[in-house]
Ligand binder design. Structure first.
Ligand SMILES: *Cc1c(COP(=O)(O)O)cnc(C)c1O
Length: 363
């Protein structure tokens, strides 16, 4: 059979997304145990305990379909942000919302704008939908918002920003963002992916929720995967105008967010202790990692997230695997010789630093 006769070019030319290596796979391959995975920006403290309790309590109802409208979760988010529930949509991870946005706004052959080293999922979803990505180079490790606004073409439907950006960890400032908003024409949908919002502690960081106004199509995306430690149940949310949410709901699968994700996310929103502990661990971990990398003379990008883009050297991610240290090589993101290192628990960060130091003394 010639599959090319059946499947469009834009699907066959896709390269599947390569996720971080699961811990079990590395341990099986190298016959080791006790490894640390600081590769996928997961929460090193584990899931929110309140979420776990709610998830356990919901197990006996798994014979029933989930609430297709995610009523309680949306209501709680609406109360938290002081918004009407018609402005909120919940997704199977914010990744599902990214895909829904592409399918809703982009026609085959049309374009989106994204930065060269932005989150890879934007381009994957656009490519899968037969669209075209206009890629804009970074300045240093950061987005060039000015160049991104200038890159918009007549057929551009969406512009994707992640702030902080994965994998560089950088943010853009309020001043740059406000200048950017002045330049983007109103027919372009602006998506701001704030997956690491809760980790940012900087007065110049613009909260995109404050910029939802008439005459502008803006979508803010957030997730329970990082700060709440719920990456495994898949739940994120989007905020926009009621018209945009209504359009997205037309293509949404009726039961896209499962029951455990809904009850877990709802409980996690009120688990302020877990959120605070996660933020504290991250702040201390970043201070430690920066200080130790400086001491070893290893370069890294400035980060406002829960990870660092580190110039570990070519092949180093692979070399650390037999020692049970899993970091994420960044060749695929256009950073050869770099790895993305997630902030772990103190002892996990220490193991990474000790392994890097050992490599230097061996060299
Ligand atoms: C981790 C991450 C997400 C979260 O995706 P989920 O599908 O909610 O797990 C979204 N955007 C960026 C940039 C991320 O790094």
């Amino acid at each position: 059979m010639d599959i090319r006769k059946y499947v469009p070019d834009w699907v066959l030319s896709l390269t599947p997304y390569q996720p971080g290596k699961p811990i079990e796979e590395v341990e099986r391959e190298y016959g080791i145990s006790n490894s640390v995975k600081i590769a996928s920006n997961e929460n090193p403290l584990g899931p929110s305990p309140k979420a776990l309790e709610a998830i356990r309590a919901a197990l006996p109802q798994l014979n029933l379909y989930p609430d297709g409208d995610a009523f309680y979760l949306k209501q709680r988010l609406a109360d938290k942000f002081g918004l009407d529930r018609s402005r909120i949509i919940v997704g199977n991870g914010s990744n599902e919302l990214i895909e829904m946005i592409v399918r809703t706004f982009l026609r085959v052959g049309e374009s989106i704008v994204a930065a060269e080293h932005a989150f890879a999922i934007y381009h994957l979803c656009v490519h899968a939908a037969g669209g075209r990505t206009i890629t804009v180079p970074h300045t240093g490790f950061a987005f060039d918002l000015d160049a991104m606004a200038r890159a918009i073409e007549a057929d551009t439907r969406i512009i994707f920003l992640d702030n902080p950006n994965n994998p560089t960890g950088t943010i853009y400032t309020r001043a740059d963002w406000e200048a950017f908003l002045e330049r983007v024409p109103p027919n372009v949908v602006i998506v701001v992916d704030e997956a690491y919002f809760e980790f940012v502690d900087d007065p110049d960081y613009p909260d995109s929720l404050a910029y939802h106004t008439e005459g502008r199509v803006l979508v803010t995306l957030r997730t329970f995967s990082k700060i709440c430690g719920l990456a495994g149940v898949r739940v994120g949310y989007g905020i926009s105008s009621p018209e945009v949410i209504d359009a997205l709901n037309r293509i949404r699968q009726p039961f896209n967010v499962n029951t455990l994700a809904q009850v877990g996310a709802l409980a996690a929103l009120d688990d302020t202790e877990h959120i605070r502990r996660t933020q504290d661990n991250n702040r201390h971990g970043l201070v430690y990692l920066r200080q130790e990398l400086d001491r070893l003379g290893i370069e890294y990008a400035p980060s406002w997230g829960n990870f660092l883009l580190v110039k570990v050297g070519p092949g180093v991610s692979q070399q650390l695997l037999p020692q049970g240290i899993i970091i994420r090589p960044m060749e695929g993101y256009g950073y050869p010789g770099y790895a993305r290192v997630s902030v772990g628990l103190a002892e996990e960060n220490e193991r990474f630093i000790a392994a890097m130091e050992k490599l230097q003394t061996q060299a």
